[in-house]
Structure formats: C-alpha cells, structure tokens
Design a protein around this ligand. Structure first.
Ligand code: G3P
Length: 223
C-alpha cells in the first residue's frame, strides 16, 4: 500500500518525509500555483527531497492531444526514474494516456469522477488512476464509488493501481485504507490531522508527571 503527499509545500514535505514513510509526492497545476515558485523550480526542489525510489507526479497543463503529448514527454524526462505524468481523463487525455503507454511514459489518469472513467483509463494503460474522493461526494457516495473501481480492476485482473485523491478529512482516508485501497495521496494538512491525537499528548504528560513525582527526574536513567 502506497502513501503519497499531495503537496508542493517544500517545508511540509521535508517535515513529513522525516516523520512518516511516504512513497512519493503528487502535484497538480493548482498545487504548484500555491508553491510561490515557478513550476519547474518547485518540482526540482521536491525531487531533491525525495530518494530515487520515491515517486514524483506532475500534471500536464495543455488540454489538446498534441499539447498533452508534448508536455508529457518533457515532464517524464525531469527525473531518470519514478517520474509519472498526470493526465486528466478527458477525450484528448484518454487518447494521450494510450500513446504514453506505447511510448513507455508512466502515467497517472487524474480528475476521475466515476468508476467507469477509471476503468477506461486502466484499459488504455494508465499506471495509476486518481479518483477525486471528496469531490465525488458532491455527486453521491464518493468512497463507495472508489471501492467500486478497486473491485472492477480486481475481478478483471487489471494492472492499474487506484490512488485515491482529493481528501478533506481523516475519515475519508481511513475508510479507503480499511477497504484495501492500493494507494492514497493526502494533502499535508490532513496528514497532520492523522498524527498526534490530543489524547496521546495527555497520556504522555501523565507518564512524565508520575515519573517525575516518584523519581524526581525526566529521564529513565539517572544522569
Ligand atoms: O491531486 C489533486 C486532487 O487531490 C484534488 O484535490 O483538494 O482539489 O479536491 P482537491
């Protein structure tokens, strides 16, 4: 199971990469606009934080087939390995995903709002499929639709991996992890909510207070 960060916030990516085990970083045009940097600089900085086994994802901006392919070829060359190009599943995007498969460019089919869209991108050879979980909740049960996509791929022995995206809270992430989601990409603010339940801090304070009262120090061993 892969756990990625959906962010271009350099400080938070650095911090979380030291704190927890992450398998990569996903970005999209909106996320890069919030980085305060030019897009290539932001990607270079993220790539410098990651080791070669951690994956980096960048999305095409052009929307016509030729333009998508031109940007996909350039984006896929940013790193020698583990570089993935995100392509929205529009008509032109689906066609580009098919061509990328033929050219050996790794892709993530993005902006998926239904299991059927995801299935077609899988047929075209996308490595990853990113359903927009939270946004899908505006049209019905987003979590259930993502689980439907996972099952569609499983029963048909299809290779694409579902990487659920667009999370607004911890419960949406947990609901998919407990249902066997192969990968998630989670915004840093939601990851921070997953870390450090307030009651954990209260429990630690209680341990420290009892220890100090009995032994008169803050360490296990006398110093
Ligand atoms: O990767 C982008 C996807 O996660 C969308 O997220 O928060 O814009 O719905 P959001």
């Amino acid at each position: 199971m892969e756990f990625m960060l959906d962010s271009a916030n350099i400080e938070q990516i650095k911090d979380l990469n030291e704190l927890i085990t992450i398998d990569g970083v996903t970005t999209n045009p909106t996320i890069l606009t919030k980085s305060g940097m030019q897009p290539e600089e932001a990607l270079r900085k993220i790539a410098a934080i990651l080791n070669k086994d951690q994956k980096l994802f960048a999305q095409v901006v052009k929307t016509d087939y030729e333009g998508i392919m031109e940007e996909a070829r350039k984006l896929s060359a940013i790193r020698p390995e583990n570089m993935y190009v995100k392509i929205p599943v529009t008509r032109d995007g689906l066609k580009a995903i098919k061509t990328c498969k033929e050219e050996g460019i790794h892709t993530l089919a993005t902006a998926i709002y239904s299991a059927s869209e995801g299935f077609l991108a899988a047929k075209n050879g996308a490595d990853y499929l990113a359903p927009y979980t939270n946004r899908m909740c505006n049209y019905g049960d987003g979590v259930a639709e993502v689980i439907r996509l996972i099952n569609m791929l499983k029963v048909n022995n299809m290779d694409s991996k579902v990487i659920a995206a667009s999370f607004k809270n911890v419960d949406q992430v947990a609901a998919l992890i407990e249902n066997g989601i192969p990968a998630v990409t989670v915004p840093c603010d939601v990851v921070y909510q997953m870390i450090g339940h307030p009651a954990t801090g209260v429990a630690v304070d209680e341990f420290s207070a009892n220890w100090n009262k009995t032994y008169g120090r803050d360490s296990f061993f006398e110093e």
